[in-house]
Design a protein around this ligand. Structure first.
Ligand SMILES: Nc1ncnc2c1ncn2[C@@H]1O[C@H](COP(=O)(O)OP(=O)(O)O)[C@@H](O)[C@H]1O
Ligand SMILES: [Mg+2]
Length: 401
């Protein structure tokens, strides 16, 4: 059967499933599907469930051929062949705009670390944003493993130029309503199930969970004035930035073949990286987030050691300098401006002046002389690199006169 998709919207997945079911009701023997994507907009919330369903159809024996438009962003997203671990490090260095398939806690850890690292390099985030992002995707990815009974989870994350991050996590599992079967909760509708899951301390099984994942996500997104949407067991609940709740049932309840999308779960949310998130407002005054990235960089004097030679993006371009600056600015925010950051240049041969300007020149400009002087140390730097940095800093200072 042939399916053509011209637009990608939130309802594309329903259209797609309806087409498959229509095709199957005409010819149940047709196990070949050709999908022609004319659309380009690669938003996580529509790509991830389509990817999950395609993957499921392949598992149950369908042969799927996907035609992509010239714009290869869809192809690169892994829509018909999601990214999987282990793979070469290169793909983990730019983890966004790709769909990742996972099924173990180790994979969750690697994928989350890659996202956090990427975010730290890409955008200077307001206080609490990176930590909340890390906490939330960990919880929701883990829910797939703990509760969905699906073979795999699928995640995609996109960082937009307006400083919004969009995340979608999908599974072909049993859905939230079904997950509560056998628990102490008696639920009638899938809406009640999603709402119950978002309540504090509500878990299907206290031996497995504490029931804070979905609740915490809702609180965090709300605190950030972000948006959240959960689709599970055939219904959707969306919560906007004003905390307005919208509920709707997915169309096409009539279709006979139960598709994984109707049963499974899609969680998608957007954060605004410029809006501070106060985790202690949510989890209580004494709550302290363990920032593993910073902890791993701390030396025995509580200073954060940044090894410039380990930058995956190198030291040769303006873009690399911008990533390095974003990283240090994020570490300053995350450490509450209370820890010294050491920029260790050992093992760095020669840096480009554009890198030096974008990294150190602009960092100094952004922090101001006093803060830079108090919190940033440059060590193990060669004479050549020192003079390159000195020159670019002088130039930047004189520019401002
Ligand atoms: N992907 C999912 N598939 C099925 N059920 C889910 C999924 N995610 C969450 N749930 C249900 O929602 C409940 C609440 O989830 P959460 O708040 O993360 O708490 P916990 O994971 O500690 O149980 C889970 O106990 C489970 O019943
Ligand atoms: Mg959980």
């Amino acid at each position: 059967m042939n399916i053509t998709i011209d637009w990608l919207t939130k309802t594309t997945i329903q259209y797609f499933i309806k087409k498959i079911n229509d095709g199957l009701s005409i010819n149940r023997m047709d196990r070949c599907i050709e999908i022609n994507f004319n659309a380009t907009a690669p938003f996580p919330e529509n790509l991830v469930p389509i990817c999950g369903v395609i993957d499921y159809l392949k598992e149950i024996g369908f042969r799927i051929k996907v035609l992509y438009p010239k714009d290869s962003r869809l192809l690169q997203s892994g829509l018909s062949n999601p990214y999987k671990l282990p793979l070469n490090d290169y793909d983990l260095l730019s983890p966004t705009n790709r769909i990742w398939r996972y099924n173990t806690p180790e994979e969750v850890f690697k994928i989350v670390s890659a996202f956090v690292n990427h975010l730290n390099n890409k955008i200077v985030c307001a206080k609490g944003v990176v930590e909340s992002f890390e906490w939330t995707i960990n919880e929701i990815m883990d829910n797939v493993i703990q509760h969905s009974q699906s073979k795999y989870g699928y995640i995609m994350c996109t960082v937009y130029s307006n400083s919004h991050i969009s995340v979608a996590i999908f599974d072909n599992g049993i859905g939230i309503l079904q997950s509560f079967k056998g628990s102490k909760y008696r639920l009638r509708s899938p809406f009640d199930a999603i709402e119950l899951a978002m309540r504090e301390n509500t878990t299907r099984d206290p031996k497995i969970g504490q029931g804070n994942g979905m609740w915490g996500m809702k609180k965090i997104v709300n605190n950030n004035k972000g948006v959240l949407s959960i689709t599970s067991s055939g219904v959707n609940i969306s919560i906007d930035e004003h905390d307005t709740v919208l509920k709707h049932e997915l169309k096409d309840k009539s279709i006979r073949m139960k598709t994984p999308y109707h049963l499974g779960t899609l969680v998608d949310f957007q954060f605004n990286c410029n809006n501070e998130i106060c985790l202690s407002d949510i989890f209580g005054k004494n709550y302290e987030y363990t920032n593993l990235t910073l902890e791993n960089l701390e030396d025995n004097q509580n200073r954060i050691n940044v090894k410039i030679s380990q930058f995956s993006f190198g030291c040769a371009t303006r873009l690399a300098g911008e990533s390095a600056r974003n990283l240090v600015l994020n570490y300053l925010v995350q450490s509450n401006y209370s820890q010294i950051i050491i920029l260790d240049f050992s093992g760095v041969s020669i840096i480009a002046s554009s890198f030096a300007d974008e990294f150190i020149g602009k960092l100094l400009q952004e922090c101001g002389f006093i803060q830079f002087n108090n919190l940033i140390r440059i060590t193990n730097i060669s004479k050549e690199n020192m003079s390159i940095i000195n020159r670019s800093v002088m130039q930047r200072i004189s520019e401002n006169d």
